[in-house]
Design a protein. Structure first.
Length: 256
């Protein structure tokens, strides 16, 4: 597996172009981190322990920060006090639906989550003289969360700058990309996608059936690359594709 060039990272740090990257430990935020580093930002990663069902993502975030040898700060906030989401209330099940049914806002939506995260990130940016915040939101292959849309990001940036009287730029480099394009970008940037975890269930292996798993698998499939993480179960359409992919590889390279 390709490793990050630590010598190049030391060179980046000398440039003093500082940025915060919101790092959950999933595919999108990890690709966003790789994107910011590739553009020579001196990065600190911010993660959030908010009482989420899929707390495993925090462990993956730690591994990814270690992989890149960057600083990471974890903020602890308790959104279970609000509840109302399958990610913050154990009494609400994570929905399992077909890929074509991923249209309406699901019960995994955590109200105002990105607004809260960006507010905390902007406060940290203000105190530490940082002018850039990167967030891995996406408005193409997504579950319909309203706080992942371009109009929200623009509005949030305007509000932050008015609240702080400081020009802080919110970068959302993935917002107009499909999951296929995000996977391709991550591979191009040599991001450690094998360390990421996107599943809402939060078990050791990804469930393969929640919205997040299916959208992720769809992206890898359309990019023509098998997903490197382990799943409990795969959707039928991915299993069929993977069987065809394996047959092609055997014909090309022979039995291993």
């Amino acid at each position: 597996m390709m490793q990050f060039d630590e010598g190049r990272y030391k060179e980046i740090k000398k440039n003093n172009k500082k940025a915060i990257v919101l790092l959950s430990g999933g595919l999108d935020s990890t690709t966003t981190l790789a994107y910011a580093l590739d553009r020579r930002y001196d990065v600190i990663a911010l993660s959030f322990d908010y009482g989420q069902r899929h707390k495993k993502e925090l462990e993956n975030g730690r591994k990814i920060a270690e992989y890149y040898n960057i600083d990471r700060k974890v903020f602890k906030i308790d959104l279970t006090q609000i509840g109302g989401s399958a990610l913050t209330d154990d009494n609400i099940q994570v929905p399992k639906r077909e890929l074509e049914e991923i249209v309406d806002i699901p019960s995994t939506f955590v109200p105002s989550r990105n607004m809260i995260f960006l507010s905390i990130a902007s406060s940290y940016a203000y105190v530490n003289d940082i002018d850039n915040i990167f967030i891995g939101v996406n408005a193409i292959d997504y579950s319909g969360y309203p706080d992942c849309r371009p109009e929200f990001i623009k509005s949030m940036q305007d509000s932050i700058n008015k609240a702080l009287l400081k020009n802080i730029k919110i970068h959302a480099p993935l917002i107009d990309l499909s999951k296929k394009e995000i996977v391709e970008l991550g591979m191009e940037l040599k991001a450690p996608l094998h360390l990421t975890h996107s599943c809402y269930e939060g078990r050791e292996k990804a469930c393969g059936m929640c919205d997040s798993c299916q959208l992720r698998l769809k992206g890898f499939m359309e990019a023509g690359i098998p997903d490197p993480v382990e799943y409990e179960k795969y959707p039928n359409w991915y299993e069929e594709w993977y069987e065809e992919y394996s047959d092609r590889m055997k014909k090309k390279f022979g039995e291993v």
